[in-house]
Design a protein around this ligand. Sequence first.
Ligand SMILES: [Ca+2]
Length: 161
Amino acid sequence: MQVGDRYGQLYGGDDPLTTRVGIDPTVRDLTVIPALDIAPPHWITTYPRTVNATASTVELVVQLDEPGVVYFLIVPDAARVPTSREVRAGITLRPDAVSYGSITSLRALTQEVAVVVPGLSAVTAYAVWFVAEDKAIDLMLSPKPNLQPAPVRSLVTTPAP
Ligand SMILES: [Ca+2]
C-alpha cells in the first residue's frame, strides 16, 4: 500500500462482521450538538387535581411528564384569569391571591405529589390555578426553564366547618 493510498477504504470501510458502516478516518472533529429542551412540561392525564377540601384547606395533587416545578395561585372564583407569569409570581403580581406557592419533590414531580394548602375560608368558591415549568438548561448549562404558556384551573368550594 502506498502512503496515503486508499486509507479510508482499507481501514474505515464497512465492517464485514457486523455490517456496521465505518467512520471515515479523515473525520477529525465530530462535534455533537445537544438538542435543547424548548418544550414546557405536560400534565400527566388527570392532573392537576384539587381534592379533600375542608373548611380551611385543600389538597393539590400534581404530576408532570418531565422533571419540573409547579406553581399555584388560589384566588376567589370570580377573580380575573391569571397569566402563567402571574401564577408563578404569586402575590407580587396578584395582590388578590388567597394563597400561592411552588410545589417540588425529590423526583421533581415525575411521580404524584400532593400538598395541603391552608388558609382558606369556609363555604367559599375558589379558583386554583396551576402552571408547570421544566428544569431545562441552555448550552452554557445555565437554567433556562420552559414555562407552560397558560395555567390550568381547578374549581373548589370549601364546606362549612
Ligand atoms: Ca421540557
